[in-house]
Design a binder for this molecule. Structure first.
Ligand code: ZN
Ligand code: ZN
Length: 245
């Protein structure tokens, strides 16, 4: 499959738009005030503070409390799988903005054989946007509040710590996969191993059906959605799904 910068990803008004042109258009829309460092560090620092402070608030946790951690990890992995398959790859109300940013942009700019960002400004195309983080908080904060209200202090703290760590690991791993392979982080053994799974998902012919986990592919394993076949050698534009046209 051709994924070079000249490959066509869009036909607009009868005119073909190449990947390189599309990338330029998308980057031109990023506000001048956008700061890649702020986009990366603010959620990371707030997240690490939330994790450390909720762990510090634990009161003599029992073994039963700690069992919550792998359970919540698995649940988060399943939620990640579902959200990726049913929200990021299907235009679902009221999450259209998340779809619009993912399938027609992130998947057009980065493809299996060309996953690397070209500049830190492209963090804007990889990291979860502010409204995505707001949405995650809107789901998790009430659950933690209900647990705290019913005096479930340790479960509440472990819920905050585990889910926050999960979201951070999603962000950090996804960004790592999209760093150049010859960079320090991009070249790490674990990143190289996990990148392969996500890179296959970036094949337009596979993205609607396979490899939905961006972190560890556990729920992909449970649901049988790990792609194990050969990548078919068919011209990209002959088979690109309609929503990539
Ligand atoms: Zn990606
Ligand atoms: Zn995707």
């Amino acid at each position: 499959m051709s994924t070079n910068s000249e490959s066509v990803v869009l036909v607009r008004d009868g005119k073909e738009v190449t990947r390189a042109q599309f990338r330029e258009e998308v980057l031109a829309k990023i506000p001048a005030s956008y700061s890649p460092a702020r986009h990366f560090f603010v959620p990371s620092i707030v997240g690490v503070l939330a994790i450390t402070s909720s762990l510090a608030l634990l009161e003599a946790p029992t073994a039963l409390d700690w069992y919550l951690v792998p359970l919540l990890f698995m649940l988060s992995n399943a939620v990640e799988w579902r959200a990726h398959k049913h929200v990021l790859h299907k235009r679902t109300k009221p999450f259209e903005l998340l779809y619009d940013r993912h399938t027609p942009v992130h998947h057009r700019v980065y493809m299996t054989d060309d996953m690397a960002i070209r500049s830190p400004r492209e963090f804007a195309l990889v990291l979860v946007p502010a409204y995505g983080i707001t949405l995650i908080l809107a789901v998790t904060v009430p659950i933690a509040a209900v647990l705290a209200f019913f005096h479930q202090r340790n479960p509440a703290c472990l819920f905050v710590a585990t889910t926050t760590l999960y979201v951070l690991s999603y962000e950090w791993l996804h960004l790592s996969y999209h760093l150049p392979t010859n960079s320090f982080i991009g070249g790490l053994w674990l990143v190289r191993k996990l990148r392969r799974h996500h890179a296959l998902h970036h094949d337009p012919r596979l993205m609607q059906k396979w490899n939905f986990n961006v972190t560890l592919p556990l729920w992909d394993l449970v649901r049988g959605t790990i792609y194990r076949g050969q990548r078919p050698e068919i011209a990209e534009r002959d088979v690109a799904p309609p929503n990539l046209r």
